[in-house]
Design a protein around this ligand. Structure first.
Ligand SMILES: *Cc1c(COP(=O)(O)O)cnc(C)c1O
Length: 369
């Protein structure tokens, strides 16, 4: 039996009865869009994060796009973000007509380099989208202290970081807004698409509620041009069940990451670095090696899944040719894209499976075999 990168079937088996019951309740209720499940789930996520408001939307990408729209960001504006992330972190900036401006990353944490990003601020800059990559939080307060001097909004892309903490504060709660994705493979994943914005700014939440619902406060009275972008009742009901397990699942991931960290110490494999003030979610356990292909081949031969996150930094994506960036512009992000590999690190991974993974890697000559 092979070892996958993530095992959602194994997870389902552990919560099957509760999930099936929650789904049946929604089907019986015949309320499918913007009903009590979504409203309660929004309140539960807001409380979990320690913020005032949660606004459920169709997916994490829309959560970012709608936040930029609600903040009035559009053509002529610039938004600073990292080139080492999932495409949506920058794509949404383009969707609203603004321009993504990239800043290189820190080679340890793989998050935006906090010593460098501010050099990218121009009179056109309106916001910064920081990404807690793989669930490792960056220091949002430090970004905010500079952002505030320039009147910039700070948006946390916490799609991979639900439940992560920095000095005890939850991911998503520190910026002007934070966004989550409930894509099935995320740490809190639905059985379909879903997303949410969290904020303590009631005016922003109000604007987002209108935008997700065709610009309406009251049905059929359209105050502006909006979107159809809603979390649905079925996903909310499923996610409410899963939210009860999130902390235990994240703790299990951290324990497995600790085992890997210890096993690979001194091996030449470099795991993503953790800021000592942060408590990560290990959405992915990613390590760096110049011998990535050897590592991938050895794992594949043992029927162990691994995956490259991310193969191409955003400034070198074909879709962003027009921005005029070149190879060499962000050397750290480019090198990390050549070296980073994710290995299985999910709550249901058994100790025996993890031992097999560690043993397989240690037998590779390059890593001390
Ligand atoms: C998954 C993800 C998104 C987008 O979320 P979707 O729900 O897939 O639209 C945005 N940013 C990051 C960093 C992600 O990992």
């Amino acid at each position: 039996m092979g070892i996958p990168l993530l095992d959602l079937s194994a997870q389902y088996q552990t919560i099957k009865e509760e999930i099936n019951q929650a789904v049946a309740e929604v089907l019986e209720s015949a309320r499918f869009i913007l009903g009590p499940q979504v409203q309660t789930f929004e309140q539960e996520i807001a409380a979990y994060c320690g913020v005032r408001e949660g606004v459920g939307v169709a997916n994490g990408t829309d959560a970012l796009m709608l936040t930029l729209r609600a903040l009035g960001i559009g053509p002529g504006d610039e938004v600073i973000t990292t080139p080492f992330t999932f495409f949506a972190s920058a794509e949404t900036i383009s969707q609203v007509g603004a321009r993504p401006v990239f800043a290189d990353i820190d080679p340890q944490t793989l998050n935006m380099d906090l010593n460098q990003w501010a050099e990218k601020i121009t009179p056109r800059t309106k916001a910064v989208i920081g990404v807690h990559i793989f669930g490792q939080m960056f220091d949002v307060e430090r970004v905010k202290s500079i952002a505030q001097q320039h009147n910039l909004k700070v948006i946390e892309d916490a799609a991979q970081a639900i439940g992560a903490e920095y000095r005890g504060a939850k991911a998503g709660s520190l910026g002007d807004a934070g966004i989550f994705s409930f894509f099935p493979t995320k740490n809190l994943g639905g059985y379909g698409d879903g997303g949410m914005i969290v904020t303590s700014d009631p005016a922003l939440a109000d604007a987002l509620r209108m935008l997700r619902f065709h610009g309406c406060r009251t049905k059929y009275y359209h105050e502006q041009i909006g979107y159809n972008s809603r979390l649905d009742e079925l996903q909310a009901a499923i996610l409410r069940v899963k939210l009860r397990y999130l902390d235990a699942w994240n703790a299990a991931r951290r324990e497995k990451a600790r085992v890997y960290d210890e096993a690979f110490a001194g091996s030449g494999l470099v795991p993503q670095g953790c800021d000592p003030l942060a408590q990560p979610t290990y959405h992915l356990y990613v390590l760096r090696t110049a011998k990535r292909q050897e590592l991938m081949d050895a794992l594949a031969a043992a029927d162990i899944a691994s995956a490259i996150y991310y193969p191409v930094p955003l400034h070198l994506q074909t879709a962003y040719r027009d921005l005029g960036y070149q190879a060499g512009d962000f050397p750290v992000a480019e090198e990390v894209c050549r070296q980073a590999l994710a290995i299985p690190c999910y709550p249901e991974l058994t100790s025996a499976q993890q031992r097999k993974i560690v043993q397989t890697i240690k037998e590779v000559e390059a890593f001390g075999g």
